[in-house]
Structures are given as structure tokens and as C-alpha cells.
Design a protein around this ligand. Structure first.
Ligand SMILES: [Zn+2]
Length: 228
């Protein structure tokens, strides 16, 4: 359903979209879908009687989250630095390198162990938190907080981070089931809230991307930024 809605949104802007837009949006949607499918697979097979299989799916679930984050970055960086080819390439390459590094960490045999639990959280927080750097750079390149384009789009990034932070807090704190043990086994557990918030976040980000894309198509790049 989500996939259909996302495709329809992009198709609606077909008249002004270039091939580049379709490639970027396809990568983004593909990443979101892989993220969701890995998660579905993990939850479906987490009751598998072989512990090894179960852990493999769990690793895949983590890898899926990285791919989902990559999808957010690719579209975000692409449209934020639409008029700035140099920085766009710099950030796309660093994001790709970072996600690859996380991948290699994830195939480490110790990755899913209890001892690495803190490290796992640190890795995910840094991968998601890294986005603050291109965002601040983008604000600076566009003339600071007061610039109309920044006032238009920066709150969208902030909202995304608030949703992501909320999702993460539910994920690690295990609220509300820690206060109602045994009562939320089927409905209302923190992990369900985490998944709902993750979908809301991906959808919000997709809406913002479409918004920025339409803005970029309607307003050509100003000359002064092209040399930065
Ligand atoms: Zn899950």
C-alpha cells in the first residue's frame, strides 16, 4: 500500500521529472521496501526452531534498517544539494561509505552479542546523527536560518529527527510493556510503536522529498550557488 502511494506521488510529478529524478526516487523506494521486507522476514521467522536461522534474520533486520537510512540520505542529499554538484557528490559518497562500513560491522560474528549491544546503539545513532552535518552545511550554504528556503525545509528535517528519536526511545526503553508486564504481549508493545513510527518517518521523509523535488523543478538554481 505504502509502495503504491509512493509511486503514485512520484508519477503525479511526471511532467517535470527528469530521468535523474526517477533513478533517485527508485533507489529511495527500493531502500524503503528492502528495509520493510527484511523486518517482515525477521518477525515472521523469529519463531524458527533453529537459533542460527533466527539470528541470521535478525542480522538481516539490522541490515535492512541501514538500507532504509541510506534511502533517506540519498534522496535528502540529492535534493538539498541540487544546485551544488560538488557537495552533493561528497555527501553521497560519504554516506555510501558509512553504510558500507556499518555493513561490515554487521557481519562481524560478535555484532549480535549482548556485549556489542551498546556499540550497536552507538553505530545507529552516529549513522542517523551524521545527517546533522549536511543539514547544517546546507543551512549555511543557503544563507542561514533566516533564508526563506531554509525556513521552508529545515522544520521538515527537524520533524523527521523528532520522529526518529521517539522511535529509538521506544525501542531501547521498552516502554510501555515494562510497566505493564504480560499485558501488552499482543498489542501495544514498544516494538510495535517503533515499527509504526518507522513507517510514519519514512512516509514523512518521502512527502518532504516530493515537496523539495517540486520546489526545485519550479525554481531554477540561482547562479550564485553554482560555484560554491
Ligand atoms: Zn522489528
Amino acid at each position: 500500500m505504502l509502495m503504491k502511494k509512493l509511486i503514485v506521488d512520484f508519477a503525479a510529478d511526471q511532467t517535470s521529472a527528469s530521468r535523474e529524478d526517477f533513478v533517485i526516487c527508485s533507489i529511495c523506494l527500493f531502500c524503503f521496501q528492502v528495509c520493510m521486507l527484511c523486518s517482515v522476514g525477521y518477525h515472521l521467522f523469529s519463531c524458527h526452531r533453529s537459533e542460527k536461522t533466527c539470528r541470521r534474520w535478525m542480522a538481516l533486520d539490522y541490515a535492512g534498517i541501514s538500507i532504509g537510512i541510506l534511502g533517506c540520505y540519498v534522496s535528502g542529499v540529492f535534493y538539498a544539494f541540487y544546485c551544488n554538484n560538488y557537495w552533493r557528490q561528497v555527501y553521497l559518497i560519504t554516506v555510501l561509505a558509512m553504510i558500507l562500513a556499518v555493513f561490515f560491522a554487521q557481519i562481524h560474528p560478535n555484532y549480535l552479542t549482548q556485549q556489542w549491544q551498546r556499540l550497536r546503539s552507538i553505530i545507529f545513532c552516529s549513522v542517523s546523527g551524521y545527517g546533522v552535518i549536511p543539514t547544517l552545511h546546507w543551512v549555511w550554504l543557503n544563507g542561514g536560518i533566516g533564508a526563506p528556503i531554509v525556513q521552508d525545509f529545515a522544520p521538515r528535517v527537524v520533524v523527521m529527527y523528532v520522529i526518529a528519536l521517539l522511535a529509538f526511545l521506544f525501542y531501547i526503553s521498552k516502554v510501555p510493556e515494562r510497566y505493564f508486564p504480560g499485558q501488552l504481549n499482543y498489542l501495544g508493545s514498544s516494538h510495535q510503536i517503533w515499527h509504526i513510527l518507522a513507517v510514519v518517518m519514512l512516509y514523512w521523509w518521502h512527502q518532504s522529498t516530493v515537496y523539495v523535488m517540486q520546489y526545485r523543478h519550479s525554481k531554477p538554481c540561482p547562479d550564485y550557488v553554482s560555484h560554491l
